[in-house]
Design a protein around this ligand. Structure first.
Ligand code: PMP
Length: 354
């Protein structure tokens, strides 16, 4: 059919985000930063107990039980929590709600690639200050006039964590715009910016159940902030879709939050495997950033990352590689179980010795 260019002009076109592959065959899957351990045992029990008849009804639009559990867990009030379908949903709502200026929003040139997609989708102008050669942010880059700020801490895919006083400086220098700290990986890192919420009225902290809670498939994310900003988020949410959280995510989410001991156990195990994997990769000649996430960002000075990526894939080991400037020689490797990592190292040992 012949393309009608006038028709095209009236369509909101966008270059979409490209998620990592979800192969449907059994592979060593180290490509999308999922948790290699199952969710807390209570989650499985809750799933089995779901009454199918309850699904006739719409879920609670305010997601009361989940919001309450999260508020208790974080020591904040219920009107300081906003929940969504994964942190992607929460972040997208934040872009729509808080980034409404003609001035550009700021986020690093190397970061979660969804930020650019939302900015384009919602027609938000943006600028991307360059990370330093060691992939750390330069805080002064975020002191200029802007329409809002977002960055992940730890950053992805670099895995680098900026200390809390660094994050606080950025928040403090931007009192007139909203600063969003995307803490998808914070539980594997250091102090969360949530401790600054009482002090700064422009701060939103976003976290997820997808990584440290082992529930990427359930899709739960949330924002913590002051009641004023949370109310604005809710106003936009109710203008979009009232019933974001399905019944299963509500009950399973609560069970996951309740089991702090299990959460701490598996998070510590992943951190331990990560530290061991860093040493192994260095011994194999890789150069890596000081990862504080559940993945490692690695490059080998003698081997092309694209070729290595393909070779791993042929051997059923999936990691992530981007053909983009500055990071084309890097691989992002999710921390799996120790057994999975051993398979990776044994493959690399053979491949690099050829
Ligand atoms: N932020 C960052 C930095 C991420 O890497 C991811 C995972 N792709 C997300 C947010 C979204 O995670 P989810 O929607 O599963 O909560």
């Amino acid at each position: 059919m012949k393309q009608n260019l006038n028709l095209l002009k009236n369509i909101r076109t966008v270059e979409p985000y490209v998620p990592g592959e979800q192969p449907q065959t059994k592979v060593i899957k180290l490509n999308t930063n999922e948790n290699p351990y199952p969710p807390a045992p209570g989650v499985e029990r809750a799933l089995q107990e779901i009454d199918a008849d309850r699904l006739r009804l719409y879920p609670d639009p305010v997601a009361k039980i989940l919001v309450k559990a999260l508020a208790q867990d974080h020591g904040v009030r219920e009107d300081q929590i906003f929940v969504g379908v994964g942190s992607d949903d929460v972040l997208s709502m934040c872009f729509l709600t808080f980034f409404n200026s003609k001035k550009p929003i700021l986020f690093p040139d190397i970061t979660y690639s969804f930020y650019k997609v939302w900015a384009e989708l919602y027609r938000i102008p943006y600028e991307c200050p360059k990370l330093q050669d060691d992939f750390h942010m330069t805080k002064e880059d975020y002191y200029k006039e802007n329409g809002g700020i977002i960055f992940p801490n730890p950053n992805a895919p670099t895995a680098i964590y900026e200390e809390l006083d660094f994050v606080e400086d950025i928040i403090k220098h931007n009192p007139d715009v909203v600063v969003i700290v995307d803490e998808a990986y914070i539980d594997f890192a250091g102090k969360s910016a949530e401790t600054l919420i009482e002090k700064y009225d422009n701060l939103i902290v976003v976290q997820t159940f997808s990584k440290s809670r082992s529930m990427a498939g359930m899709r739960i994310g949330y924002a913590i902030s002051n009641p004023v900003l949370i109310q604005y988020l809710n106003d936009v949410k109710y203008s979009f879709n009232s019933y974001t959280m399905n019944q299963a995510s509500l009950v399973c989410g609560v069970e996951a939050v309740k089991d702090r001991a299990y959460f701490e156990k598996i998070t510590a195990r992943i951190v331990e495997t990560r530290e061991w994997a860093k040493v192994e990769l260095k011994n194999l000649g890789f150069e890596i950033t000081d990862s504080k996430a559940n993945f490692i960002f690695a490059m080998h000075p003698e081997y092309d990352a694209g070729e290595l990526f393909e070779a791993m894939k042929e051997n059923h080991i999936y990691v992530r590689h981007w053909n983009s400037e500055r990071i084309a020689q890097y691989l992002r490797i999710t921390i799996g179980t120790k057994e999975e990592m051993k398979v990776l190292f044994s493959f690399l040992n053979g491949y690099l010795k050829r």
